[in-house]
Write a protein that binds this ligand. Structure first.
Ligand code: HEC
Length: 231
């Protein structure tokens, strides 16, 4: 009996070590890429491109933790903007005059609620970001002005330098950074920014509903029990 047990143990140990060897020799599988939500890629676009001109001052750097879980990364980003993690994502310009002077006379608007407040909403923003075209020969543009037939401001004479270029960044999830892709992702991000606490609120709403449901079931059962005892 004892010998049988021993040999069983040996076989177990052997099989485990063989399995390890097998693992070591197996061809290495390609690393799986992390999955990212569009608004997470959009945060990257905002960080690397838009934030050099635009503020989203109604949210703080720390509010981005729902999209970027690394607190250190957020702290570093805030630090690059001479801010702390619990401070608003402010404009890079010290005042409106400097911001205007740097952008052909127009101030880059705050983007906190832009998807809701701008005429045309998210569709317009996506289209503007992908809407730059070569200047037609019969049009002369002022300095620091760009032709964008989608832009409603100044009859298509847009003051925002084309911010997106194909492959200007690389997304960790392997998504190709084309202009339409980045435009869609950053618009998603701006929609999220418009109400960053929506998900938490929905969660609390559902929790409250569940609580009420359970509570009323208990009350109802109690009521039935009492009725039975009385009747
Ligand atoms: C180099 C500075 C600069 C960068 C970078 C930049 N913008 Fe702008 N943006 C501007 C300026 C200036 C305006 C105002 C343009 C005007 O009124 O002609 C503007 C206007 C806008 C508008 C309003 C458009 C309208 O029709 O009123 C949106 C939306 C916008 N930018 C989004 C973005 C997004 C998203 C990014 C990043 C992908 C970005 N911007 C990057 C300078 C910039």
């Amino acid at each position: 009996m004892r010998r049988a047990l021993f040999s069983l143990l040996w076989m177990l140990i052997l099989s485990i070590s063989m399995r390890d060897v097998g693992y070591a020799q197996a061809p290495s599988t390609p690393p799986t890429l992390p999955t990212m939500k569009p608004e997470q890629r959009g945060l990257m676009v905002f960080q690397q491109v838009c934030s050099s001109c635009h503020s989203i001052q109604f949210v703080h750097y720390g509010d981005m933790s729902a999209l970027q879980p690394s607190r250190t990364a957020l702290k570093n980003w805030a630090q690059q903007h001479h801010a702390k993690i619990d401070e608003p994502i402010a404009s890079p310009y010290p005042n409106v005059a400097v911001g205007k002077a740097a952008n052909g006379g127009d101030y880059p608007p705050d983007l906190s609620h832009i998807t809701r407040t701008i005429k045309g909403g998210p569709d317009y923003i996506r289209n503007v970001l992908t809407g730059y075209r070569p200047t037609p020969p019969d049009i002369t543009l002022a300095p620091n002005t760009y032709y964008n037939p989608v832009a409603l401001t100044h009859h298509h004479h847009f003051k925002m330098r084309p911010p997106l270029h194909d492959d200007m960044m690389s997304f960790p999830d392997g998504t190709k950074a084309t202009i339409p892709q980045m435009a869609a992702d950053v618009t998603n991000f701006l929609q999220w920014v418009d109400d960053p606490h929506r998900t938490t609120r929905h969660f609390i709403g559902t929790a409250v509903l569940l609580y009420l449901l359970v509570f009323s079931t208990i009350l109802f059962t109690l009521w039935r029990v009492i009725q039975k005892e009385e009747g």
